[in-house]
Ligand binder design. Sequence first.
Ligand code: ZN
Length: 152
Amino acid sequence: MERPKDEEIPVVTEEMLRRSAAWLAKRRTKAKPSEKMRCPTCGGVMRYANDMVFDCHVLGERIVIPNLSGLRCGQCGEQAYDLYSSDIIDRYTSDKVMGGYECSISVVGAGKLGVYFPKDVLRTMDIKPKTRAIIKPLTRRKMVVELQPGKT
Ligand SMILES: [Zn+2]
């Protein structure tokens, strides 16, 4: 499985964050150090954290955003970004999500329909033959394919 090399990973710089911070400060609140919440996953206690890192692959690009704040579960590690950090994440991912990879629907045998994943998609996703996936139709024209690596 080929992975992008570290130097190819775009990291949101502190300068970029500072610019966002000025823009966001007016309209979004950060989590407070005293905030607590019950973890929706395990029932443990989620406490304030300001060292959270958003790390994801969006359309073949890895996006890493450090120094985010929110609440983290001490038991299972579940994280919830505060509004402020969610907005930062939106800002740096929304323009990417608008794009997409074009492919066509093929007949894969016995009249069944299938899609061949473009190479760029395969390169950046955790996908192998026989990986299980869940298809979630959102509308009649839009769907999400969620991979379940490890399940075969
Ligand atoms: Zn938890």
